[in-house]
Design a protein around this ligand. Structure first.
Ligand code: TZP
Ligand code: MG
Length: 214
């Protein structure tokens, strides 16, 4: 099934949520967020699975899609729509073996070579970043900038997700440079009212003029 990416992709980082992930997820989905990921770097697998099951159910009921970060096994068991793997996780093809053809696999890349490899894989979308400086990731790769995104856009028709340091004031610019979707952690989870901030993102992103591709 082809993945149609909404322009906003919110990552629920278990270390950065200020209320339970389940509660924030409910608020975000009510605000119109259609794509969520659960990222739990320091949470035991069983607990991650329980939270992921809850979030997968919520997303299904509300017409949103839900990805689990890092762990194809937990994505499979939770009933998530897909998994997002990084360069040190199981590979796209290994994740595909676990999830099969009907669920989605997204992959993070941090430079042109990784991006080209991801394009040649069975990944359903390719993320590139950090676009701007980020504090949400431990030991982030060097900032790639908007210019690399512009250069990578013509290389694929797969959806491109831009990630890293994307705040409301620069989100539209990222879509205009070629991203199909922007993935956001801190500017939304760190806001006094995450749902309100998500609504503002959705509005700005809808108004952005995407770079031509195909
Ligand atoms: N991968 C590249 S940057 C990043 C990840 C997971 C963190 C993005 O978080 P923020 O707070 O939106 O910069
Ligand atoms: Mg990972």
């Amino acid at each position: 099934m082809r993945l149609v990416m909404p322009r906003l992709y919110v990552i629920l980082d278990a270390g950065l949520v200020r209320e339970p992930a389940q509660e924030i997820a409910r608020q975000l989905v009510e605000a119109g967020v259609r794509l969520l990921q659960y990222r739990a770097k320091n949470v035991a697998a069983r607990e991650t699975l329980e939270t992921a099951k809850y979030l997968a159910d919520l997303a299904r009921k509300e017409g949103a899609n839900f990805f689990v970060n890092d762990r194809p096994d937990l994505a499979y068991l939770s009933g998530a729509d897909g998994v997002h793997v990084g360069q040190d996780d199981l590979s796209v093809e290994q994740a595909r073996t676990i999830l099969g053809p009907d669920r989605w696999v997204g992959v993070s890349t941090h430079n042109r070579q990784q991006f080209e490899r991801a394009v040649a894989s069975s990944a359903d979308y390719v993320a590139i970043g950090p676009i701007f400086a980020t504090t949400s990731k431990l030991n982030p790769d060097p900032v790639v900038g908007i210019e690399l995104l512009r250069q990578l856009r013509p290389l694929t028709q797969k959806p491109i997700v831009a990630i890293g340091g994307i705040r409301l004031d620069r989100a539209a610019e990222v879509i205009e440079a070629g991203a199909d979707s922007v993935a956001v952690i801190s500017d939304i989870l760190g806001a006094p009212n995450p749902a309100q901030k998500a609504r503002q993102f959705i509005q700005r992103l809808e108004a952005a003029k995407p770079a031509a591709h195909d």
